[in-house]
Ligand binder design. Structure first.
Ligand SMILES: [Zn+2]
Length: 106
């Protein structure tokens, strides 16, 4: 079970949230090729390590926010507002520069 920190409500149980998939995906221009649109619509990265995801506090404030999470050990490295830029990928830079949330609930 994950313990996520909503930027507006604070730490809450994972069951209050819904995951919206990968974050920081740039939408192609209207003149982009079909391959660029297919990549945007259908393909996502699946790295082993730190990922950046969109989450919604569905049973709370209803707001969307971003989560930096290590998918290997399920550690939540940071939660931050949708308007904030994508943080650096090293764990140190993430935890030092942004609101750090609680780790995996045991
Ligand atoms: Zn909330």
């Amino acid at each position: 079970m994950l313990l996520l920190t909503c930027p507006h409500c604070g730490p809450r149980d994972e069951t209050e949230f819904s995951c919206g998939g990968e974050s920081h995906i740039a939408r192609p221009s209207l003149e982009a090729t079909d391959d660029a649109w297919a990549d945007y619509v259908f393909f996502r990265t699946n790295p082993m390590g730190v990922t950046f995801e969109r989450w919604r506090h569905a049973y709370g404030c209803g707001c969307w926010f971003n989560v930096a999470r290590d998918v290997v050990n399920h550690r939540i490295l940071a939660t931050y507002a949708m308007t904030d830029p994508k943080p650096a990928t090293s764990e140190t830079a993430i935890s030092n520069g942004l609101q750090q949330s609680a780790e995996l609930a045991r």
